[in-house]
Ligand binder design. Structure first.
Ligand code: UDP
Length: 239
């Protein structure tokens, strides 16, 4: 087997919950902490792309239950992710590392269009790429887009940062005290057990294409950097 000299390249999924610190809008302290941790990993040689969620602003499914057209509500959700992407870009640059936003919806004043080869080039040059606007398609989620972007930009691993838990458990640790943290997990089991870590289409896409995923808790200071550098924290999900 050929050995590769390419530096480690990873895709980090940060949900909107992270950006809002549990509220609506952007919590600058939380975002700047995440940005500093990302910058630290880049300084140590890791190539990093980020997919940002938008649940701290809007979720299309929620708005549609309140009477909005689903697709239009989903576009609002996607626009929310772009605000998170701009905040993250700003704080990564303040932490001393260049960052670019690529949006799946054209908005050339604020973001580059999504151009996968250019995204790879940015990473090779030590720039963080932040992917905004999801897939640009209603009825998709940023979870599914994380798997898709990780595959298309040839990332070695998908890293999923979670609030309030340290990884994937046998049951919901907030409800069941006997729940145990799993060190490893297969996509089959995640799907069969209906584990709500990521949505089912993200699991299925990762499984079908052999992308491995590490789910880790962000409560411990420095854990984002650890995960980016490849430390074995949290739960590894594989085929
Ligand atoms: N969204 C979409 N297509 C995409 C990505 C996102 O329609 O490709 C919309 C959808 O309405 C979703 C919202 O954007 O609810 C915010 O994204 P998501 O719920 O994935 O964010 P997270 O849960 O990670 O905060």
């Amino acid at each position: 087997t050929a050995t590769t000299t390419r530096p480690r390249r990873v895709l980090l999924k940060l949900s909107g919950e992270v950006f809002g610190g549990g509220k609506v809008g952007v919590d600058a302290d939380v975002v700047s902490d995440a940005a500093r941790q990302i910058a630290e990993a880049v300084r140590q040689g890791v190539q990093v792309a980020v997919v940002v969620g938008g649940g701290n602003f809007f979720r299309g499914a929620d708005l549609s239950t309140r009477g909005m057209d689903r697709a239009r509500a989903d576009y609002m959700g996607m626009l929310g992710t772009v605000m998170n992407a701009l905040a993250l870009q700003d704080f990564i640059e303040k932490a001393g590392v260049p960052a670019r936003v690529q949006s799946a919806i054209a908005m050339t004043q604020v973001a580059e269009p999504y151009i996968p080869l250019r995204a790879i080039r940015h990473m090779e040059k030590g720039r963080v790429v932040v992917f905004g606007a999801g897939a640009g398609l209603p009825y998709f989620s940023t979870d599914t887009v994380s798997a898709q972007r990780a595959l298309e930009t040839h990332c070695d691993e998908l890293l999923v940062g979670k609030n309030g838990v340290d990884g994937v458990y046998t049951a919901d640790p907030r409800k069941d005290p006997s729940a145990e943290l799993l060190e490893t997990l297969t996509y089959e089991r995640a799907l069969n057990d209906g584990l709500q870590v990521l949505d089912a289409s993200a699991f299925a896409m990762s499984r079908d294409n052999g992308l491995s995923m590490r789910v880790f808790g962000m409560g411990e200071p420095g854990n984002i950097t650890r995960a980016l550098l490849g430390e074995k924290i949290g739960t590894l999900v594989t085929r």
